[in-house]
Design a protein around this ligand. Structure first.
Ligand code: NAD
Ligand code: IPM
Ligand code: MN
Length: 365
């Protein structure tokens, strides 16, 4: 049997609840395809802070680096919100993304036909939406220097960050996005703020230069304010979107609502080499943590991305994707995607229903 080492990072809040479901689903889908796993569960975020005093212990990063793929739940919570920057759970997440050099964050947003009624948009707007946000993940304002707190020339306190991109950072994410667009509908929209920001003017210049190598891709550019409006007005005009770290963060949360819930969106973060990092796009949802209300689909679909993009195990990935659709077809919903006539269940029970669907291996209807 093929054997893989998977690092699990449950994290905080609903993280452990959704990771528990995704782990069971990985195990079952894997066993049906002759795959064996060695799981290594490690600390990240608030859980790591409480246990070790830092949000990303060295051991977590070294184990993650040595594994074949990393599956992450979510980090963060009220308890640590007042911590200094270097002692925030979020800092641990940024450090592991940087440590694994996973610069390309793929965030697909697909409206499943079964969930059109859960979308906040009208049926005819939401139906059939299938887009991919390619978010730059290890650069931009999240990491740019100078950053910090200080005082200005008037002696007033200030906080500041720097949006900065080097040519190679834009080039490599553009290559990823063009290649994805080639495999999809051949349309790529680069989202920036090139009417105002130098970092965006440079972004657009580099994307245009890389475009020379992809004459078969239809490239367009859009300012981020318009893009956020167009996403709600007519999301079907988009196929692949490429954008910087912070715009990608915001636009992917917005795109998630078209699909019904942020609890539906998975992601894959990939670099040039080494293990990929797979995580739902949502956070630790402290408002519902510990109540068995979390929607595990985003993490289960992230596990499918782990198999497909991280391990090249397309068959096992397909089993999981089909099981998600089958579970939806059988009417099971967590509260965030509930609509009249469907069956409301908690995180655990939904997990059990997904397992039944994996077991029966019903092809997607
Ligand atoms: P959030 O994504 O955690 O929650 C936003 C809203 O969506 C909440 O009402 C929550 O209940 C709901 N929600 C999120 N995931 C859900 C799911 N799977 N099922 C059902 N409902 C779900 O964002 P937030 O409230 O802004 O942030 C909470 C904490 O999470 C903060 O500490 C933040 O820094 C952190 N965060 C972490 C990540 C990550 O780990 N990748 C991502 C975003 C936010
Ligand atoms: C996400 C989150 C993170 C981000 C935070 C928690 C650092 O919002 O994964 O989308 O901004 O990247
Ligand atoms: Mn986010």
């Amino acid at each position: 049997p093929r054997r893989y080492t998977i690092t699990l990072l449950p994290g905080d809040g609903i993280g452990p609840e959704v990771i528990s479901v995704a782990k069971d689903v990985l195990l079952l889908a894997g066993s049906l395809e002759g795959i064996k796993y060695d799981f290594r569960e490690m600390l990240l975020g608030g859980a790591a802070l409480d246990a070790t005093g830092v949000p990303l212990p060295e051991e977590t990063l070294s184990v993650a680096k040595q594994s074949d793929a990393v599956l992450l739940g979510a980090i963060g919570g009220y308890k640590w919100d007042i911590n200094e920057k270097h002692l925030k759970p979020e800092t641990g997440l940024l450090q592991i993304r940087q440590g694994l050099r996973v610069f390309a964050n793929l965030r697909p947003a697909t409206v499943f036909p079964q969930l059109v009624d859960a979308s906040t948009l009208k049926r005819e707007i939401a139906e059939g939406v299938d887009l991919m946000v390619v978010r730059e993940l290890t650069g931009g304002i999240y990491f740019g220097k100078p950053r910090g707190f200080g005082t200005n020339e008037n002696g007033e306190e200030i906080g500041y960050n720097t949006e900065i991109y080097a040519a190679h950072e834009i080039d490599r994410i553009a290559h990823v996005a063009f290649k994805i667009a080639q495999k999809r509908s051949g349309k790529l929209c680069s989202v920036d703020k090139a009417n105002v920001l130098e970092a965006s003017m440079f972004w657009r210049k580099r994307v245009l230069a890389i475009a020379q190598e992809y004459p078969d891709v239809e490239l367009s550019h859009m300012y981020v304010d318009n893009a956020s409006m167009q996403l709600i007005r007519n999301p079907k005009q988009f196929d692949t979107i490429v954008t910087n770290n912070i715009f990608g963060d915001i636009l992917s949360d917005e795109a998630s609502m078209i699909t019904g819930s942020i609890g539906m969106l998975p992601s894959a973060s990939l670099g040039d080499s080494g293990p990929g990092l797979f995580e739902p796009i949502h956070g630790s949802a402290p408002d519902i943590a510990g109540q068995d209300k979390a929607n595990p689909f985003a993490t289960v679909l992230s596990a499918a991305m782990l198999l497909r993009y991280g391990l090249g195990e397309d068959k096992a990935a397909g089993r999981i994707e089909n099981a998600v659709l089958d579970t939806l077809n059988r009417g099971f919903r967590t509260a965030d995607i509930y609509s009249a006539g469907t069956k409301l269940v908690g995180c655990k029970q939904l997990g059990e229903e997904i397992l039944k669907s994996v077991e029966s291996n019903v092809p997607a209807a």
